[in-house]
Every structure is written in C-alpha cells, then in structure tokens.
Design a protein around this ligand. Structure first.
Ligand code: ADP
Ligand code: MG
Ligand code: MG
Length: 362
C-alpha cells in the first residue's frame, strides 16, 4: 500500500483493525476505496478529483451541511439515517475531510451494505425508482437554507451564460467548422428564448432556488438488495443551489432518450414517453407537494432546457476544436449535438403530452 494512503488511513480510528483495502465501484470522477475493519465493518474512502473540483473544501462544506440536515430529517420522519443518507465519518481530529501532504482532499462515508448499484436504466420500474429517489432528495431538502451552499461549479446550469459562450465560440470559429454546421447553429439560435425561462422565473420570484443534485445518474442511487427500491442518493459532489426542473430535466435528457447520447443514426433517437412518464410519476409522488404551482407548470420545460444547454455545449465544443468533451471518433461532438437537436424536436412535438403527464401526477 502506498505510504500516501497509509498517511490518510491513519487519520481515522481503528487503523490497527484494518484488514482489507481495495478499489471500489465504477465511479468515473473520484478515486473510491472500500475499507474493511476487523470486527467493526466497512467504510468508503474517496479522494476528490482536484482537476474537476477546484474548491474541494467548499464542496466538503456543502456535503457536511446537507448530510447532517438529511440525517435529522430522516430521523424525524422515522426512517433509517444510517442507510438512507450518506454520513461523513470524522477524522480523529473531528474533521469531515483530510488534506494530505500533497494537497489532496480525502473523505470517508459509512458503507451502505446490501445494496445494488445499476449502471443503466433497463426498464421503466428502475426509472420510476430513480425519479422517486431524486424527488425525495428534493423533498427532504425543501426547507434547507440554500443560501448556505457554495456554487461548486460556477454558472453550471446558467443557460444564458452557456449561450454567451456558444456565441463566442461561433464568432471565433478557430477551425473554420462553422460553415458546415449552419443548420445546427440556427436550430439553437432560433430557440434562444429557452435560455431565459428559468433565470426569468427566478428573477420574478415565481420559483425558488433549491438544493439540486446535478448528477442524477442511475449509478448515483443505491437500491436495497431485497426490496429493489431506491434507498439512498449518493455522489453529492455537485450539490448546489438550482431549480428542481434542472435535476428533473437532465434525468429525462439522458434517461428517457430512446437512443444513445452519441448515436449517429438519428432515427433511433427520440423521447421515450413511457420512460418520461415513469420518471415523472416517481419524482412528483416524492416532491410534488414541495413545489409551487409555477414550478410544476414549467417542470417539463426543464427537460427541453437541459437538452438545449447540453446541445449548445456539444456543438460549441465541436466548433472550438473538441477541447472539453473527450472524443473517440471524428465528429463525435457534432453527433452528440445532433442527438440533442433530435431530442428537443421530439420533445417539442410531444409537449402537450408531457404537460398532461405532469398534471396527472400532482
Ligand atoms: P464518482 O463521483 O466517481 O461517481 P461515487 O461517489 O458515485 O463516485 O462512488 C462511486 C461508486 O462507489 C458508486 O457508484 C457506488 O457504487 C459506490 N459507493 C459510493 N459510496 C458508497 C457508499 N457510501 N456505500 C456503498 N457504496 C458506495
Ligand atoms: Mg457517481
Ligand atoms: Mg460524482
């Protein structure tokens, strides 16, 4: 074992009892390890990815605040706070993280046993559970003082700001790609209106800032192995102030697409309305009551706006020379932008149906 890791392990209790140490899970962001202590049990240890998270201490402050709030809430509701939320394990010095001699930030969580973590949505039941889990997360945190949270990634879902960047990328056009993607560019420019919806509603106090998760993938939920129900939302690095429709919308964007995000055959891409309904039902069963009338009215627009935002990021990055999103083939980011365009068009066609489904579950 590397001495740097031993240095970290020694910050936590029971070092002498540590019997096993291994890499764990399929996360792509942080380094995750499972520690097993003789006669005591397991914990999860993670090193935070510094290249993505520039202010890991602020991120840890967010997580400490939210997990302790969740713990109290779950306890009050008669739930099991040891299994239904992550709990930070303190270092011997009583800190919620440890900064090692190289400046890396480490944290430890309770290991939640007897759970399953699914990598991909394979049926509507799982997607319903996913909606319920992230809706429940919203609901439990509905009265959390959101002004206490730091914006870990600035302007993450500020679609207006993303649009400004997109236009700058078009103006710069460093590789002369703009002339070949005029149609795609126009698709987004013609829908600029979408970029203002949520900022405007916030500015008019029609909707409010909430705690959003911002990485609502299926593999960030632990399911109970026996009941197969969603048990705990994990991976809290990107919790930030945001609007409920962002978590809802991004989940629909990647989970209710009939095709892959980078599918070159656009005939395979489109909104799966059955999956849309499954997620919406779960989400609203869990948090419908904590959303106001306007938040519910524009919930479905979250799906369109999140897809739009992703689309301009893919297309902007293609124009800029594939600097941000990793590519595995030529035109990869252009293919991704085109799937988002197809998906938006499909959502626009089904917009009345989407609205009706939302209304059905409130
Ligand atoms: P990343 O940001 O790299 O995705 P995650 O926090 O999602 O990291 O953790 C990676 C994987 O480790 C998860 O998908 C899950 O399988 C597992 N995992 C993380 N935390 C726990 C925990 N407290 N209990 C059980 N499994 C966990
Ligand atoms: Mg994860
Ligand atoms: Mg993560």
């Amino acid at each position: 074992m590397k001495s740097s890791i031993i240095e970290v392990l020694q910050q936590y209790d029971n070092f002498a009892e540590l019997k096993e140490f291994s890499e764990y899970g399929n996360g792509h962001i942080n380094d995750t390890y499972l520690l097993d202590y003789e006669g005591i049990g397991k914990i999860i240890l993670q090193k935070i990815n510094k290249s993505i998270f520039k202010e890991p201490k602020k991120l840890m402050e967010n997580i400490a605040l939210v997990t302790s709030f969740l713990r109290d809430k779950i306890e009050k509701n008669g739930g099991d706070p040891d299994r239904e939320t992550l709990n930070l394990i303190k270092t011997k010095d009583g800190q919620s993280f440890y900064e090692d001699s190289k400046g890396d930030i480490w944290r430890a969580y309770n290991f939640i046993s007897d759970t399953i973590c699914y990598e991909q949505v394979t049926n509507a039941k799982e997607f319903y559970e996913s909606g319920f889990a992230f809706g429940n997360f919203q609901n439990l945190l509905a009265d959390f003082p959101v002004n206490k949270l730091s914006e870990v990634i600035k302007n993450f879902h500020n679609t207006e700001d993303r649009f400004v960047t997109f236009k700058a990328q078009i103006n710069e056009d460093p590789l002369g790609r703009v002339k070949d993607v005029k149609e795609e560019i126009d698709f987004f420019l013609n829908r600029e209106e979408y970029t203002h919806i949520f900022n405007r509603a916030l500015a008019n106090n029609e909707i409010s800032l909430k705690v959003t998760h911002n990485d609502t993938k299926l593999n960030n939920i632990l399911f109970d192995k026996d009941t197969k129900k969603a048990l705990c939302v994990i991976d809290l690095d990107t919790i930030m102030p945001g609007v409920a429709a962002f978590d809802f919308g991004d989940s629909i964007r990647f989970g209710a697409n009939k095709g892959l995000e980078d599918e070159p055959d656009l005939s395979k891409v489109g909104l799966d309305i059955e999956l849309f309904e499954a997620f919406t039902r779960g989400f609203l069963e869990a948090c419908g009551k904590s959303l106001n009338k306007r938040e519910i009215e524009i919930l479905h627009m979250g799906a369109i706006v999140m897809t739009y935002e992703c689309g301009i990021r893919f297309l902007g990055d293609y124009i800029a020379g594939d600097k941000y999103f990793k590519i595995a083939r030529e035109n990869h980011n252009l293919d991704r932008a085109r799937t988002q365009i197809k998906l938006i068009s499909d959502m626009e066609e089904h917009i009345e149906e989407m609205k009706k489904i939302v209304e059905k579950y409130i």
